[in-house]
Design a protein around this ligand. Structure first.
Ligand SMILES: [Zn+2]
Length: 446
């Protein structure tokens, strides 16, 4: 299927015709308008000591190497967005491998470092994960989390159906505490991305006021902050001016939260998550309801304590009634061990999962269960299918985050941050020519 047919199927004929009309206002025949849009986003983020992540198809990079080199040199992370802008769900595993390998060689030829892959249309398959892992990607960013913050009833049925088509295309999962965290599949890290994206708001729902979009993005930020997760915003820089005001509003909202929000690039999130998943807590009884806590972690770790008294180190207020402990070795007073007890028959994969989330774990028998903040007996492990695993992982994280007992754990983000915000965009085209070449390129690489 070519881009025209694909776009008509997914966007609807009227949306496609409308989009075509906007091409000439969003792109120029030169790189100037997009260069301007990219720099204005980079400048907005610089005020927060942060930088964006942009994904670009290899053929587009190959036509605009200086522009991409220029922004990469400025601190922007560049990721791979396919060899051409096609949907991997229409390709065999062999073809996915070949095209990904080609894309890598174009990035290498142009000396653009990369560590992540995001598919056009977020169109990943099980095969894609194997391909990304075998080609050595650090992460992929395709798992879409839906933030249900738009009141669709206020839009016409026609606009609602366009929005619904996007939802279907992106295979989005509902928002939950766990859905907002990165996760490992083998060696590959999967970093969730968020929808609605700019296209769904500006093009599908035809919101023309950037302040309205900024308000929606801020609502998403509030939800993510409350759940302590990652908000990966995704937009297309060709909507630069519209997105810029909305982006500035979001960034200023994030900064105004009571606790820090870590504004960062997706690649930095990936590196952090690998670092964080290796952290460990050792808790030893000192008798008389006192416990020695020893953290094995890097200096930027966030150490959180709940419902207990830290005796010998300073603490600062954190989220809810939790506090941050400003030391990696401290003594606490608590009526039970501030740790999760796990039964002897529970397989190691459950412990590994809990460690990855930053929770302290110790093996114990059922008789000792009452000595711990929580006791887990999961002899079947995390389940054999992707759906079962997601359900159980979700339930576990939710249960642990709601614990009403003495507990110590690592926060998800560095430097006492409550949440993380990664600003990302897909540079699908740089010029009008790129936009029309996409049709040919996708047709050639079916
Ligand atoms: Zn794209």
């Amino acid at each position: 299927m070519n881009l025209v047919a694909f776009s008509i199927r997914t966007k609807g004929a009227h949306n496609f015709t409308r989009r075509l009309g906007t091409v000439f206002t969003r792109f120029g025949v030169s790189e100037t308008p997009i260069r301007h849009a990219l720099h204005s986003i980079i400048d907005s983020l610089r005020q927060y000591n942060a930088a964006p992540t942009f994904f670009i198809p290899a053929v587009v990079l190959d036509r605009h190497p200086e522009l991409i080199y220029e922004i990469a040199h400025d601190g922007t992370e560049i990721g791979i967005h396919g060899y051409v802008h096609n949907d991997y769900r229409t390709l065999s595993k062999g073809e996915q491998y070949k095209q990904t390998e080609h894309a890598i060689s174009v990035f290498q030829k142009n000396k653009i470092p990369y560590q992540g892959f995001r598919n056009p249309y977020l169109g990943w398959t099980e095969d894609s994960l194997d391909v990304f892992a075998s080609l050595g990607f650090n992460y992929e960013s395709n798992v879409a989390v839906l933030h249900d913050v738009v009141d669709l009833n206020t839009y016409s049925p026609l606009l609602q159906s366009g929005y619904a088509k996007s939802l279907e295309l992106f295979q989005a999962a509902p928002c939950s505490i766990y859905a907002l965290r990165p996760f490992f599949e083998g060696a590959l890290l999967r970093i969730p991305t968020s929808i609605p994206d700019d296209e769904m708001l500006f093009d599908r729902l035809r919101i023309t006021n950037p302040w309205e979009v900024g308000h929606i993005w801020s609502l998403v930020m509030q939800r993510v902050y409350d759940r302590g997760g990652l908000y990966t915003l995704n937009f297309h820089p060709e909507r630069g001016d519209l997105c810029k005001s909305a982006l500035d509003m979001l960034l200023s909202y994030a900064r105004s939260r009571p606790l820090p929000v870590w504004v960062t690039r997706i690649g930095d999130v990936a590196q952090w998550w690998r670092e964080h998943s290796a952290f460990r807590l050792t808790i030893t009884s000192l008798g008389s309801d006192r416990w020695q806590v020893e953290a094995t972690c890097t200096p930027r770790a966030t150490l959180v304590a709940r419902h207990l008294a830290v005796e010998d180190q300073p603490v600062t207020p954190w989220y809810g009634s939790d506090v941050c402990v400003q030391s990696h070795r401290f003594t606490v007073k608590a009526t039970s061990c501030p740790c999760i007890g796990v039964s002897l028959q529970t397989p190691q994969e459950v412990l590994d999962f809990l460690y990855e989330q930053g929770y302290p774990v110790v093996r114990c028998s059922e008789d000792e269960a009452h000595n711990y903040a929580m006791y887990l007996d999961e002899p079947e492990g995390l389940g054999t299918t992707r759906e079962k695993q997601a359900k159980l992982r979700n339930a576990l994280v939710q249960q642990i985050e709601a614990l009403d007992k003495p507990f110590v754990y690592f926060g998800c983000w560095p430097h006492d941050s409550r949440a993380a915000l990664a600003i990302s965009g897909d540079i699908d085209s740089v010029t009008v020519q790129d936009f029309f070449l996409r049709i040919l390129e996708v047709f050639r690489h079916k």
